[in-house]
Design a protein around this ligand. Structure first.
Ligand code: G3P
Ligand code: CA
Length: 245
């Protein structure tokens, strides 16, 4: 019998049930026994790494305009829970430092995605690495990005930390491409998952994690292929299905 190695990773926290990338969503994922948490990082105008997915504030906060145009103290006044439901009014945007401080004492795998594919934030790589070093979390953290140049910069800065290339579209052999950039993992959108890619990633010793897997049938397929991680908005559901195998 094959041991299922697939980690269940909460996408922006348990974001089906609580506002994405906020403490309630992270706490919930932890209570649900998720193996790990995925979150998104951008920089404020004064260069502080914070957790937010969109480049613009409008969808998930009561602010407007671009994250990059506000200083931390301004962003910390915003509400990041109200968009989800009244129950979460008063929820704040977190800094990366606050998140890592919270995660430090918990046995969680972390996936920090640099949101630098549309805005190439200066020095985001070194800032995120420094935060990981500060909390001694290097051994259980993957930094990921869609930005190929950022993957190369990260690898130049740290020879051994796990770095994942993110891809939502295929062009040629993704495993080879990722390896060539210096990545040590591959994070792909679910539609790109197939046996051949799993095989070529295995050959190159490149763990595969897949996002955003919420449907039961797709969770089953990932478990069957025994990939390294499922990134899901519903960690409780994925864990339930994994437990039945
Ligand atoms: O890191 C996997 C996934 O989160 C990438 O897409 O848009 O949800 O950040 P997105
Ligand atoms: Ca993400």
């Amino acid at each position: 019998m094959i041991r299922i190695k697939t980690k269940i990773i909460a996408h922006r926290g348990a974001s089906k049930y609580a506002p994405e990338n906020t403490m309630p969503a992270f706490e919930l994922a932890y209570q649900m026994n998720a193996d790990g948490i995925e979150t998104d990082i951008q920089l404020t105008k004064d260069g502080v790494p914070i957790l937010i997915h969109d480049e613009e504030l409008g969808r998930t906060t009561n602010g407007f305009g671009f994250v990059k145009d506000y200083e931390l103290y301004e962003l910390q006044k915003l509400d990041a829970g109200m968009y989800f439901s009244k129950k979460f009014i008063g929820t704040r945007i977190l800094t990366l430092d606050e998140f890592l401080q919270w995660a430090k004492g918990k046995p969680l795998y972390l996936n920090l995605e640099l949101k630098n594919n549309k805005i190439d934030y200066e020095d985001i790589e070194i800032k995120v690495l420094d935060a990981i070093y500060k909390y001694k979390l290097k051994d259980r953290t993957t930094i990921s990005s869609f930005n190929a140049a950022s993957i190369q910069r990260l690898r130049r800065l740290d020879k051994s930390i796990d770095i994942a290339l993110l891809r939502s579209r295929s062009h040629g052999n993704l495993a080879h491409y990722a390896k060539g950039l210096g990545a040590s993992s591959l994070h792909i959108r679910y539609n790109l998952l197939n046996k051949a890619l799993v095989k070529s990633s295995e050959v190159l010793n490149l763990p595969i994690r897949v996002y955003t897997v919420n449907r039961s049938i797709n969770i089953w397929k990932c478990l069957k292929l025994n990939i390294d991680g499922i990134i899901t908005d519903m960690p409780d559901k994925a864990i339930r299905i994994r437990n039945t195998r």
